[in-house]
Design a protein around this ligand. Structure first.
Ligand code: ASP
Length: 328
């Protein structure tokens, strides 16, 4: 029986970084072919089709580039790939993975992986993570799970995963949920079954932006007041606690919510926003009356991506946002 086809796209990040030309620090430099050369074990698992799509630090990835990755991954599935892997930097990995998870229409897995240690560092984790990602991408149990993130022998759902440590090897966790599964002796073991998914249409435009502002103690309203004139397609507020802002912010948000969709998420990093607990000015009950939507468990950064995708295909963005958020 022929080996399955596995497609790997390299985008850069620490996994690809080494010291270069005597410059300080490490920078993206190891391309997909060099990455594969360091991992001969892959050849026994699959026929690998690898491509370097970018070599950038992940903070510099753009929406246009990520849609190109989505199109590339679709083409790999159409060409018969059993699974697709994307390697990128860890800093924005939770965002890229979620963005593509919103759109991924195939049962075949799309797996993101990365590294916390540079390619030339002692005990670099990149090769082990890539091998684990390949195991997950080829495992029958990974089908129908959308986009997965494999780091440090754990498999996370794109919707829940977050980088919760700056430099530790186990920087990726799924607060409040835990990983979907883990790798044990070279095999993936899932603890949870796949949940039904409803992919969204690929955005037809990509030149729009959704603003994300964090509500902080005694914050002024200067930036907030300027927002409607700046051309944003919507606003996400990382609110305090269960999704709250000051009375001053609440007043300004009334006008903004009349002009564009507004989601109030929580800046705490875990748990759901409230919907019907607090009633003071700036609370979730007050903010919903002013036209804002509550995020539930979706973190502020992922709310921004959800709104970006929905705003990119037009129609009743607020209505579709409300439906999506109510369903999770
Ligand atoms: N520190 C980052 C990484 O882990 C750099 C980046 O996100 O590209 O890959």
């Amino acid at each position: 029986m022929p080996l399955p086809l596995l497609a790997i796209a390299a985008l850069g990040g620490t996994l690809s970084m080494t010291a270069r030309d005597g410059a300080p620090g490490i920078q993206p430099s190891v391309d997909a072919q060099a990455m594969l050369a360091a991992l001969p074990q892959l050849g026994a698992m699959a026929r690998v089709q690898a491509q370097t799509l970018r070599l950038v630090p992940s903070a510099s990835l753009t929406f246009v580039q990520l849609l190109e990755v989505f199109d590339w991954a679709n083409a790999q599935i159409a060409a018969g790939a059993a699974g697709v892997i994307v390697t990128q930097g860890t800093d924005t990995l939770e965002e890229s993975a979620f963005l593509l998870d919103l759109l991924w229409p195939h049962p075949q897995p799309l797996v993101f992986t990365a590294a916390m240690r540079g390619a030339a560092q002692v005990s670099a984790d990149g090769p082990a993570n890539l091998l684990a990602a390949a195991t997950v991408a080829l495992a029958p149990g990974s089908a129908g799970r959308g986009v997965l993130v494999v780091m440090n022998d754990s498999v996370h759902a794109a919707r829940h995963v977050r980088k919760t440590h700056t430099l530790a090897l186990d920087a990726f966790t799924s607060p409040g949920h835990g990983p979907l599964g883990s790798l044990v002796e070279g095999q993936v073991r899932y603890r949870h079954g796949a949940t039904p998914r409803q992919p969204l249409p690929r955005p037809t435009r990509s030149d729009h932006q959704v603003a994300l502002l964090e509500a902080t103690l005694a914050a002024d309203t200067l930036l907030l007041e300027q927002l409607p004139a700046l051309g944003y397609a919507g606003l996400v507020v990382a609110g305090s606690g269960a999704g709250h802002v000051s009375a001053e912010w609440a007043e300004v948000l009334t006008g903004i919510a009349a002009a564009m969709p507004v989601i109030i998420a929580s800046r705490t990093g875990q748990g759901s926003t409230a919907r019907q607990t607090y009633g003071y000015v700036g609370s979730e009950i007050d903010l919903q009356r002013r036209g804002a939507l509550m995020a539930g468990e979706l973190c502020p950064r992922k709310c921004r991506l959800l709104m970006w995708v929905l705003a990119g295909s037009g129609g009743d963005v607020r209505g579709r946002l409300g439906d999506w958020l109510a369903a999770i």
